[in-house]
Design a protein around this ligand. Structure first.
Ligand SMILES: NC(=O)c1ccc[n+]([C@@H]2O[C@H](COP(=O)([O-])OP(=O)(O)OC[C@H]3O[C@@H](n4cnc5c(N)ncnc54)[C@H](OP(=O)(O)O)[C@@H]3O)[C@@H](O)[C@H]2O)c1
Length: 259
């Protein structure tokens, strides 16, 4: 299987790097384009078996899957450029572009094209992405194939396109929200006498452990919270103080603003 990535920047480059660590695609079968040699040099330095080119038409040649990872406003121009060499009846097209609908993708790539919209997050670089996937005109085998590719770089979940905005808020913007909680907790730790590096290590590992409790136990957050909140104890005092300051409401409002 050959995969072409148009746009080897943060997201496209991370996907290319992630693919090299998986077993589904041979490194020699990954090709990536970018606008500048500087970006391609970084990929060459990472693994010189990845095929790289400034020329998008060379990169998509013979590809089974073409991943579009340019900025949204460049998509139409890039598709126009590669359209003459695309084999729309045989290829699968994957867009990681936030906010670009299947309606628009069908318009530029063809109404019968097999399309996927994919929203990974930046932890894809470490193989720890939460990747949300929606499909259009795809068979269940094609859906399984795309999910298995992104499962090699974290976890993936197939959803209806109408949920992509919500999934982007939770899964993609969510990285920033989780990190802002970590920063806030660090500031409290520093006020209480910890050095920043100590506070960061404690909070980051605690958040990672809390997430693992949910992922491994498959439990509801409140079940795990109950285990920490001794009646009359200090944790419930802290939680209630956060709620008085509007913690849950602030999180809900922040996520709903991401559209
Ligand atoms: N970053 C995220 O967390 C995230 C999450 C989900 C989805 N996305 C989506 O991913 C897409 C890319 O975002 P990004 O953060 O990866 O941006 P980025 O780092 O700027 O990457 C875009 C890449 O496109 C390349 N490029 C520009 N013009 C091109 C052209 N004509 N042909 C081929 N390649 C071209 C750029 O090359 P040069 O490097 O040489 O300039 C760059 O490598 C966006 O549409 C965004 O919505 C991003």
């Amino acid at each position: 299987m050959k995969i072409a990535i148009i746009g080897g920047g943060n997201m496209g480059g991370s996907i290319a790097r992630g693919l090299t660590k998986g077993s589904l695609v041979q490194v020699e079968n990954i090709s990536v384009s970018a606008a500048t040699e500087a970006t391609l040099d970084k990929l060459r330095a990472f693994d010189n078996r990845i095929k790289v080119s400034i020329d998008n038409t060379i990169v998509v040649e013979g590809a089974d899957i073409v991943i579009f990872a340019v900025k949204p406003w460049l998509l139409d121009e890039v598709v126009k450029e590669v359209k003459p060499v695309l084999k729309t009846e045989e290829q699968i097209y994957v867009s990681v572009l936030a906010g670009v609908s299947f309606d628009h993708l069908s318009e530029i790539l063809g109404q019968d094209s097999v399309l996927f919209r994919v929203i990974p997050n930046t932890a894809i670089a470490l193989g720890e992405s939460m990747t949300v996937v929606a499909s259009h005109n795809a068979s269940s085998e094609q859906e399984s194939l795309v999910l298995s590719i992104f499962d090699e770089m974290g976890k993936s979940l197939l959803v209806a396109e109408r949920l992509m905005t919500a999934c982007t808020a939770l899964g993609s913007c969510g990285t920033a929200f989780a990190l802002r909680y970590i920063r806030a907790a660090m500031e409290a730790g520093i006020e209480m006498g910890l050095y920043p590096h100590q506070a960061q290590e404690i909070v980051a590992q605690t958040v990672k452990g809390a997430a693992e409790l949910l992922l491994q136990n498959r439990s509801h957050p409140e079940v795990e919270i109950d285990k920490v909140t001794t009646p009359g104890g200090i944790t419930i005092k802290g939680l209630n103080e956060m709620e008085h300051a509007g913690f849950t409401s602030a999180v809900i409002r922040g996520l709903k603003a991401c559209k």
